[in-house]
Design a binder for this molecule. Structure first.
Ligand code: PEP
Length: 263
């Protein structure tokens, strides 16, 4: 279903009216995690100032340590809905448990499947049945074939509004959080009609890598990028070191201005 063999035209997925597809490079930005209403609104305004047309933000945070901040849950979803109201930016947010899919879908414009759940087949099937677009991150240890088969689980439930997101894979390299596999973009676009975007924040894991990796994403033909921003990353409850700050926005806006959003 996701193969390009039977569907030679590349697809565009619309999220609350915002297209992600071959016509432009869509900027999705926002906080890694929803922490407070003020922080989320500030981050959303930063995202918008840089040219973002979709807001990201995690209310459910899958963390390596069970002692780390796990997200605000439904209270976080309510904050995202309020910030959407205030900014007009449709919301992309992660769902980590099949039991929460209906709840998250009732607030979100797009459901995100994170790298750790990329082969959670029950969750993939559940998001496939709920009628909202899905962003499927590549499993950190997944081959491109495994990633596309994960997308197939969603598509089998009747949902072809799927965006693939390359977010870096595990390699022997420790200088970056993950190794961004830029070749995954043209490979996946050749094999599948689905849009393919890049997450330069979770791949590099460091603020000063985000803009260079964003340029790489655009150069390789990605259909979008998803970027963490934070008004006060030194106080962030999650992934502060990779969040762009106010001083980075002008350059991000310049990079994105080559690809004005098609609304
Ligand atoms: C995220 O985007 O918030 C996230 C946790 O990303 P990943 O699943 O790629 O680690």
């Amino acid at each position: 279903l996701v193969s390009r063999d039977n569907h030679p035209e590349r697809s565009t997925v619309r999220v609350g009216g915002v297209p992600i597809g071959p016509e432009t490079v869509t900027l999705i930005a926002g906080p890694c995690a929803v922490e407070t209403p003020q922080q989320t609104l500030q981050a959303a305004l930063m995202a918008k100032a840089a040219g973002a047309t979709l807001l990201r933000g995690g209310a459910y945070k899958p963390r390596t340590s069970p002692y780390a901040f796990q997200g605000l849950g439904e209270a976080g979803l309510r904050i995202l809905a309020d910030v959407r109201e205030e900014t007009g930016l449709p919301v992309v947010t992660e769902v980590v448990d099949a039991h929460d899919v209906d709840l998250v879908a009732s607030y979100a414009d797009m459901l995100q499947i994170g790298t750790r759940n990329a082969q959670n087949f029950a969750l993939l099937q559940a998001v496939g049945g709920v009628g909202k677009p899905v962003m499927l991150k590549r499993g950190m240890n997944a081959t491109i074939e495994e990633w596309l088969m994960a997308a197939e689980y969603i598509a089998q439930r009747g949902n072809l509004d799927i965006v693939l997101c390359e977010r870096g894979i595990r390699t022997f390299e420790t200088a970056t959080r993950n190794t961004l596999d830029v070749s995954a973009v043209p490979v996946a676009q050749r094999l599948s009609h689905l849009p393919v975007i890049i997450d330069p924040s979770h791949s590099g894991g460091k603020r000063d890598l985000v803009l260079p990796l964003t340029r790489a994403a655009i150069a390789v033909g990605a259909d979008g990028v998803i970027i963490d921003v934070h008004p006060h990353p030194e106080q962030a409850l999650c992934d502060g070191p990779q969040a762009l700050v106010d001083g980075d926005l002008e350059e991000l806006a310049r990079v994105m201005a080559q690809f004005p959003p098609l609304l």
